[in-house]
Design a protein around this ligand. Structure first.
Ligand SMILES: NC(=O)c1ccc[n+]([C@@H]2O[C@H](COP(=O)([O-])OP(=O)(O)OC[C@H]3O[C@@H](n4cnc5c(N)ncnc54)[C@H](OP(=O)(O)O)[C@@H]3O)[C@@H](O)[C@H]2O)c1
Length: 308
């Protein structure tokens, strides 16, 4: 028997059955999505306002449609990855006749309200609709651990789940309320800027002392892992509304505020970003929450503050 040589194949033997899919929007993310569909063996049609961005995907094996309408007409599943929902609608408006009877999936970032408006628009167009969010960078699209969140009709999701799963192995359907993916994206994403600004603050502090930001990274990573490890306990306190057995109290944070500000001022840093956070702690103290868990700040956040 001749030795078996593994030859390149365009359709993985164990992959899902090929389903034609169209990708509208070939920015960084849309191009990565289209490339993942092509790699998984799904006949992929692409379209982008700036048509030159289609060339690398055509080289991979995608078909380039001359218009958004032609792209929509090519596949039962249409994935739109434009900057905003408004942009998706602007692109799809001339293709609305072709969209009827197909499934539209939006994978842009946006607000829950934006998702609801998009759903109304898709329903008026006669299309089934799922809204989704890619919780990673384009380079991670297609990897087993990459997370994508979806919301919308369960049967529609189930029908296309094997196709959508090629974009990331951690593909989750959150529920039928159409704005849930956008809601969770916003809720989870709220950590990003405060965490990064905190990191940049620390980097400014250390580089001001002639040390590198890189020297902080191993410690910052451990610190973020510690924060991740206490989230379940904090969430449990919030869900039970019971803040009376703290392992980190509001008072502990209140006591540390002065040192934090003094250290920043000594380093010549702008401390303005700390002020609203410290004001939250002060409001919690004023409400008599000093002995409560720091997770009780959630209760303070439920009501608009003095400037809210
Ligand atoms: N990149 C990431 O790391 C990442 C991660 C998670 C989620 N996302 C989300 O994915 C979405 C796309 O991001 P991206 O990184 O791919 O952005 P990008 O590289 O800036 O690409 C934006 C895409 O939208 C198109 N577009 C925008 N407005 C349009 C309009 N009015 N009409 C027609 N086409 C329009 C652009 O077309 P042209 O090429 O013609 O300009 C391009 O294809 C965003 O909502 C983003 O928040 C991105």
């Amino acid at each position: 028997m001749p030795a078996h040589n593994s030859a390149p194949v365009s359709v993985p033997a164990s992959g899902p059955a090929p389903v034609p899919v169209t990708v509208l929007g070939l920015g960084s993310m849309g191009s990565a999505l289209a490339a993942a569909f092509v790699a998984a063996g799904h006949p992929t049609t692409v379209w982008n306002r700036t048509s030159a961005k289609a060339a690398p995907l055509v080289e991979l094996g995608a078909a380039h449609a001359p218009s958004a309408a032609a792209a929509v007409a090519a596949s039962p599943l249409v994935v739109a990855c434009l900057t905003r929902y408004e942009d998706a609608r602007a692109v799809l408006e001339p293709a609305v006749a072709e969209l009827a009877g197909r499934t539209l999936v939006t994978l842009n970032s946006g607000s829950p309200q934006g998702a609801r408006e998009m759903a109304d628009w898709a329903a008026a167009a006669g299309a089934a609709f799922l809204d989704g969010a890619v919780k990673n960078v384009p380079q991670a699209v297609g990897a087993p651990e990459t997370q994508l969140l979806y919301a919308g009709d369960r049967a529609v999701f189930d029908g296309y789940e094997p196709v959508l799963r090629v974009l990331g192995g951690d593909t989750v359907h959150l529920g039928e309320e159409i704005d849930l993916a956008a809601l969770y994206e916003m809720a989870v994403g709220a950590t990003l800027l405060p965490a990064l600004v905190g990191f940049f603050h620390g980097a400014a502090l250390l580089t001001g002392r002639g040390r590198t930001a890189a020297s902080m990274v191993p410690f910052s990573v451990k610190w973020l892992e510690m924060i991740a490890s206490i989230l379940p306990a904090l969430a449990d306190e919030i869900d039970r509304g019971d803040y009376d057995r703290p392992f980190a109290s509001v008072g502990v944070f209140a006591a540390g505020m002065g040192d934090e500000s003094r250290q920043a001022e000594e380093g010549g840093l702008d401390t303005g970003w700390l002020e609203p956070l410290q004001e939250l702690i002060r409001r919690a103290v004023a409400e008599g929450r000093t002995e409560q868990s720091v997770s009780a700040l959630t209760e303070v956040l439920r009501r608009p503050g003095p400037t809210g």
